[in-house]
Design a protein. Structure first.
Length: 188
């Protein structure tokens, strides 16, 4: 089901589109499920009048129970199974501090069929699928916002069981090497 949303319309457009079955919502107008002919006509109308229109896939809307779904299907993995780990930075979080993040952002999935197809190829049926939900700290969740790109890669890697122990081991090795180098420089 698609919703056609026209943003920041003037009064004369609101009146004209209201009589064509659009619903007024503040400065915006919307209508669900247009035929192909109506869709072409609406796009032409908006293009000629410099109106902004979005075609939203309402099947990709955020559900109200996605947090519960996440916690039911994902058990804590750190500190003897009492803490979650942020998939983006690796910080250990108690279940109270976890923010459940949509790996593929909700608004991108609603606005782009390309993103929906990419999700399907990854085995994700919709944005509220448990495969699209990941634990994140509040800072990373705010930084990620609705971005994709490197954040998707970070999220996919962060979900792998072996990834964070390897990263921690590399950090320890680098730290030891720096101590040895500093010791040699100070000595000689």
């Amino acid at each position: 089901m698609y919703r056609y949303l026209i943003k920041k319309t003037k009064f004369r457009h609101k009146v004209r589109l209201y009589f064509k079955g659009f619903i007024i919502d503040g400065d915006n107008l919307y209508k669900d499920n247009l035929s192909k002919r109506e869709e072409r006509s609406l796009y032409r109308y908006c293009r000629l009048r410099n109106l902004s229109i979005d075609k939203l896939n309402m099947d990709q809307k955020r559900s109200s129970d996605y947090r519960k779904k996440f916690f039911d299907n994902n058990k804590p993995t750190c500190n003897h199974n009492t803490k979650y780990r942020c998939v983006y930075c690796g910080r250990k979080l108690s279940p109270v501090k976890v923010t459940v993040d949509h790996l593929y952002p909700v608004d991108k999935a609603m606005k782009s069929d390309r993103v929906c197809k990419k999700m399907k190829r990854q085995g994700i049926n919709n944005v509220n699928d448990v495969n699209n939900l990941v634990p994140a700290c509040e800072r990373c969740n705010k930084s990620k916002s609705n971005h994709m790109g490197k954040w998707i890669v970070k999220g996919k890697l962060g979900q792998l069981k072996w990834y964070w122990p390897v990263v921690d081991t590399i950090k320890i090795i680098v730290f030891i090497c720096l101590i040895i180098i500093a010791h040699r420089l100070l000595k000689g």
